[in-house]
Design a protein around this ligand. Structure first.
Ligand code: ZN
Length: 203
């Protein structure tokens, strides 16, 4: 199983990191070892002093596909979820500055929180899903899939030009504004359309 992540898919988040608005989606991969085991706390790694949360809508691929046409992309997934793309922002900044790949900053153990899945039929319009992240009970990120630069089906079409998508692969669709640092003893929870799909304790 692989995790394909999209960077810079929300204009407000691009602005807060002072990044350029991309002409094409930014893609990176997390290894399967990055998945935080269910019910386990997240331990801040010793190589970073600035780990950020990024709440993101997730899509689970249900069958193999490559060169998927946007028009048919909806046939490749049935489940939608919510998760966190943990990012060692200090390490990422150093790597970006040197023009090096981000993997160490995004793909380390525990860097992918994957919440519960819901059938996509639960939702009316995937292009209008409200989601948020709460830190210690307060909303710190508040997003809506309306604000995506590239919609889910466009992302699947784009990604599958480069990587064959396989059953069980997970797409992280990018984060809205409001990313921030975590500290030991923080408690994060993620809501999609008003329902909590994950919570995680920081150690
Ligand atoms: Zn992200």
């Amino acid at each position: 199983m692989k995790i394909v992540c999209i960077g810079r898919n929300y204009a407000d988040h691009i602005a807060e990191l002072a990044n350029e608005r991309p002409l094409e989606p930014v893609i990176f991969i997390k290894p399967d070892s990055a998945v935080l085991p269910k019910e386990q706390a997240f331990y801040i790694p010793d190589f970073s002093k600035d780990v950020h949360y990024e709440v993101e809508v997730l899509v689970k691929i249900k069958k193999v596909g490559k060169h998927i046409h946007e028009k048919f992309a909806h046939r490749y997934y049935d489940e939608i979820g919510l998760g966190i793309d943990f990012t060692a922002r200090d390490l990422q900044a150093t790597l970006k500055e040197k023009g090096l790949p981000w993997e160490k900053a995004k793909g380390f153990d525990g860097a992918a929180v994957i919440g519960q899945w819901r059938p996509k039929s639960t939702f009316g319009d995937l292009g209008n899903l409200h989601f948020c992240l709460k830190k210690n009970g307060e909303v710190v990120q508040d997003g809506n899939t309306q604000l995506m630069l590239w919609k889910i089906d466009e992302l699947i079409a784009y990604v599958s030009r480069y990587f064959t998508l396989k059953k069980g692969d997970i797409l992280f669709t990018g984060t809205p504004a409001g990313v921030g640092r975590i500290m030991a003893n923080d408690y994060l929870s993620g809501m999609l359309e008003g329902e909590e799909l994950f919570n995680v304790k920081i150690q």
